[in-house]
Design a protein. Structure first.
Length: 362
């Protein structure tokens, strides 16, 4: 039946049941035995049946659109733009338009009248718009868990952010670092909270004091540079800097260059920092450039053009944002089509991309 659209009647005939039974089974309604429901769904999948989205909207008085809420800083971050494109692409597969919601949000009732469901990405517990979105009366999928109070169930697609930072800390340690630092994001999102907690717990578990500095959630390269310069000047023993915010790694590299720290090595250098990478020398005067300081490893929690195109290229965690947005939209589509429960949690995989900034091959 691949040469034409598969209909409810086709599924009914193949499953040996009535058309109304097929409709009830696929929508999760009516009094259909579980075995029959499973058989109908299996047959529908085998035949390649896809619900008629226009007819479904008429039956349910739906809008044919879903809403996307991103953090207020998202418009200038490559990560969220790629995530949005992935979500739009997946929603369109189910005939749904994507509506980008204003960062300030709107009253839940107004939103519910405009969309069939919502994607809320990296929700902050302190964001006053989020509770209204979660209680808007439509299915909600969050990208990462919401850590604030919520009245109703919401589904989620989550990454193991603790594991990704652990992998970075383990990696720089394996490359020789003995005094790592983490520029962790501020805020109350699950991502930011996990990174700050992991930096502390990893240090305790390994008997290593991790130099933890908090920077804005969407820190600019200039903000990362300022923080890194202050950190390395005050604590020259730091031999690895892991920066969290998307796009901030070039600032860390600029700070290292200004202070004469050779990126991609640990120890070495006969200048102001000593030869063993543990510091102990006198940092250069502000505004001057040392010529042969100790080495510094640099890594990032979010991969993107700024890490791949840096000199040297920066080791980073690839969160696969387009695939992540696709996964969030897919879960919402599955909930709207009764293919998933409204409190389903799915996991999204990341990968560690090692590059020259940690002395690793590209």
């Amino acid at each position: 039946m691949t040469s034409r659209t598969v209909t409810l009647l086709d599924v009914a005939r193949a499953a040996g049941v009535s058309k109304s039974t097929v409709s009830d089974a696929l929508q999760g309604s009516g009094r259909v035995a579980e075995a029959t429901r499973d058989r109908v769904r299996t047959v529908a999948e085998e035949l390649g049946y896809r619900p008629n989205s226009a007819a479904r909207r008429l039956r349910r008085a739906s809008t044919g659109a879903v809403g996307l809420h991103l953090p207020a800083t998202a418009t200038r971050l490559d990560y969220y733009m790629n995530l949005a494109f992935g979500a739009v692409e997946r929603a369109q597969e189910d005939g749904l338009d994507m509506v980008l919601l204003a960062p300030s949000g709107a009253a839940g009732g107004r939103i519910a009248s405009r969309v069939d469901g919502l994607l809320v990405i990296d929700p902050e517990a302190g964001d006053s718009a989020v509770p209204g979105l979660l209680d808007a009366g439509v299915p909600v999928v969050t990208g990462e868990r919401y850590l604030g109070p919520s009245a109703g169930p919401s589904a989620a697609v989550v990454c193991d952010n603790a594991a990704s930072l652990t992998a970075l800390l383990d990696h720089v340690t394996e490359r020789g670092a003995r005094r790592p630092a983490v520029l962790a994001p501020s805020g109350s999102s699950a991502w930011a909270t996990a990174l700050r907690a992991t930096a502390r717990s990893w240090g305790l578990a390994h008997g290593v004091e991790v130099a933890l500095r908090t920077v804005p959630f969407a820190a600019t390269p200039a903000e990362a540079e300022e923080t890194t310069r202050a950190l390395l000047t005050a604590d020259p023993a730091v031999d690895a800097v892991i920066c969290a915010p998307d796009g901030s790694a070039p600032g860390v590299l600029r700070a290292a260059t200004a202070l004469g720290r050779e990126v991609g090595t640990v120890g070495g250098g006969g200048g102001t920092g000593g030869s063993n990478g543990t510091g102990g020398g006198t940092p250069p005067e502000p505004g001057t450039i040392a010529r042969s300081g100790p080495g510094l490893l640099v890594a990032a929690c979010v991969d993107g053009p700024s890490t791949r195109g840096a000199e040297p290229p920066v080791t980073a965690v690839d969160l696969r944002p387009a695939a992540y947005g696709h996964a969030c939209a897919e879960l919402l589509c599955d909930i709207l089509a009764d293919r998933a429960a409204p409190d389903t949690v799915r996991r999204h995989a990341w990968s560690l991309e090692t590059r020259a900034s940690t002395g690793s091959p590209g």
